[in-house]
Design a protein. Structure first.
Length: 320
């Protein structure tokens, strides 16, 4: 018996236009939530915007200043200080997050199902903690008078503390007054909250690797480091590539934790680009155009880094 072929549903659109029509709702949402605010940000960066320009009743028109805001950024010493803090913090934090997350992911892969689930739930609680709560907890831990960290360091033998840290008395140590120690605490706080995502992602990638490859490596006498270098890392390279891009974007624009740990915008030497943008936009007198220009510069830097890295990934895959 001859079966009739199912007929394609009539849409009234040419066949080549149907995929674009299906993508249109999503594109409209992206345009409304991302592209339009980005356009507003770029437009604001070319104007002088203050309280009179954003008030609800009879706002004054914003004065077009062209590239003056960007010239002010490049002429300011804070730009290079903020850029240095942003880049160094991101490089150190991304590296530590990936290393710790990978090690924990490898550990989770070796554990049994019950213990692995227990550890995953525990570490994901850190990842799910809001940035504000993270900052409050770590600020309390490193408090100069009642902090647990100073108390624990004072428990060390004087000779060991002097040998390792160069001092034996940690009472009243002000961790948040100095830029270096402030960023040390910030790195610890961000790595603590970020490595669980890396660990779970690495664990998911490890589950996709055939166990026969590891059995063959063990039969050939390969060590754990050799197995990781020859099998695990090459097969998980796409996963690591995505994680590096995401971690770089997240760590470049860290704001909440730094703002709370630094106690606001008092310590200008501790600014990164995000905190500097906020300080210019909302300090008195507010310079929202200048703050928008700093945010545009930060976005441009992230786009360049992401483009270069993704391009290298694509080139590597094409060679293969």
């Amino acid at each position: 018996m001859r079966r009739n072929k199912p007929q394609a549903r009539r849409t009234g659109l040419p066949d080549w236009l149907v995929p674009y029509a299906l993508l249109l709702p999503g594109l409209l949402v992206i345009a409304a939530l991302l592209l339009y605010p980005l356009y507003q940000l770029v437009d604001m960066s070319f104007h002088q915007v203050g309280l009179r320009q954003i008030r609800a009743v009879n706002p004054s028109p914003a004065e077009f200043v062209g590239l003056d805001n960007y010239s002010s950024i490049l002429d300011s010493d804070l730009f290079w200080t903020s850029l240095r803090n942003t880049v160094v913090f991101a490089v150190v934090t991304v590296a530590l997050t990936l290393i710790l997350g990978t090690l924990v992911g490898l550990l989770l892969n070796k554990l049994g199902p019950k213990m692995s689930t227990f550890v995953v739930v525990g570490i994901m609680a850190a990842w799910a903690t809001p940035p504000t709560a993270q900052a409050v907890v770590w600020k309390w831990l490193f408090d100069s008078d009642a902090g647990v960290v100073n108390w624990a360091l004072n428990l060390l033998p004087d000779w060991l503390s002097s040998l390792v840290f160069g001092r034996s008395d940690w009472s009243g140590q002000p961790w948040f007054n100095d830029t270096i120690t402030l960023y040390l605490v910030l790195i610890i706080a961000v790595v603590w909250a970020s490595f669980p995502f890396i660990a779970v992602s690495v664990l998911a990638g490890l589950k996709s690797i055939p166990s026969e490859l590891y059995e063959a490596a063990r039969m050939d006498g390969a060590t754990g480091v050799g197995t990781f270098r020859k099998i695990t890392f090459p097969l998980l390279k796409p996963v690591f590539s995505v994680l590096i891009v995401l971690s770089t974007i997240w760590d470049f624009k860290v704001f909440t934790q730094l703002y709370l740990l630094a106690g606001g915008t008092v310590n200008r030497d501790a600014f990164n680009l995000s905190l500097w943008s906020y300080a210019e936009a909302f300090s008195s007198p507010p310079k929202m155009g200048l703050g928008a220009a700093i945010a545009v510069v930060l976005t441009a830097i992230l786009l360049v880094i992401t483009f270069v890295y993704v391009r290298n990934i694509v080139k590597t895959e094409d060679v293969r």
